[in-house]
Ligand binder design. Sequence first.
Ligand code: ADP
Ligand code: MG
Length: 394
Amino acid sequence: MSEPLARLPGAMQSGQLMTLGVMGGGQLARMFVHAAQAMGYFTVVLDPDPVSPAGWVSHHHIQTDYLDEQGLAQLMQRCAAITTEFENVPSGALYTLGSQRFVAPAANAVAVAQDRTLEKAHFVRCGVACAPYAEIHTLEQLHEVPEALLPGILKTARLGYDGKGQVRVATREQLQAAWDGLQHVPCVLEKMLPLAMECSVIVARGADGTMVHFPVQRNVHREGILALTEVFEGNVPPTLVQQAVASALEIAKTLNYVGVLCVEFFVLEDGSLLVNEMAPRPHNSGHYTINACDQSQFDLQVRTLAGLPLTQPRQHSPAIMLNLMGDLWGGAHLQIVPDWAAVLALPGTHLHLYGKLAARKGRKMGHLTVTAASPREAQAVAQEAAKLLGIAAF
Ligand code: ADP
Ligand code: MG
């Protein structure tokens, strides 16, 4: 960072000159930084990693732990408002920041989203159905688990993402072994459900209570990780669209949420809709909004943080987003370079790479969004791109 910028009092607002901060330096923070900078804001990222995707592109990078007092003090000194890019930022850090700065989403909302038991209790409070489950904090609770929850998925209450911290169990013996393997941390056991499809809704809510939302996204997961998202008319039955949007808005409103929130849903084989989980931030299933909507989920994150008006975003093109996982690079040494030129020769392709230096199986390295004039065309191009990249057909 240049010296003049270092002297800039972060909390000072003169015209558009305001500095926005983000906890976490992954790809979501990177895309937030891009959106904030496009609107003229200075940005500060706090992330312990010296080579984070957002650290590369932000005006300033504070390289400390999330709970480091000096790091947090610096962030508050430099920034007028602070957001978060992942739910596992310790909520204590957000409480500290929130005592002196505008923080969105607020620490208490993030605390609910980062704990599956609190999250499910919130869904119940909102009258939105979720998968049958039992809390497992003690051995007694483990023994009392109803037979009807098996086969099920044992999920750690905290710190899970991309299918991590989850074990599929068919019997009580497997359940016991799985809980032993997870070191007896608090968990929930969820009944394994027959899924017909999965979808998500991204909502933005301003400090004045204004709410807007993106269309319902249809998501395909592979090995517990989002593989692709399809968004166009008819991707999800219309009655479910209404229900999913209404549920997501209710979940945000009842939490008194400020910021961008994603709610994930299961559609069962019998056609019923259940809420799965929520993320207190922009979401992988909303990356298509950068290229297919008149405002992206990151634009709305900036607006909610800076106290700017929210208007309902409009999708202007059917879209399919393919996640580009580390597998495409052939492992840690990046020995394969995917043939981007061949992919970009297809019409309506938008390549986003996150600047990660090491590829690992299951690591999100980037995404490709295909926009087209019609859903059929988007599907044809996305299938072709998937074939060129070695991604399984869908
Ligand atoms: P994460 O925090 O890793 O995203 P999720 O709870 O969303 O955890 O689980 C990841 C994926 O695993 C889901 O998107 C879904 O495909 C599958 N899954 C999770 N819970 C269930 C369930 N109860 N029944 C069937 N599939 C499930
Ligand atoms: Mg999930």
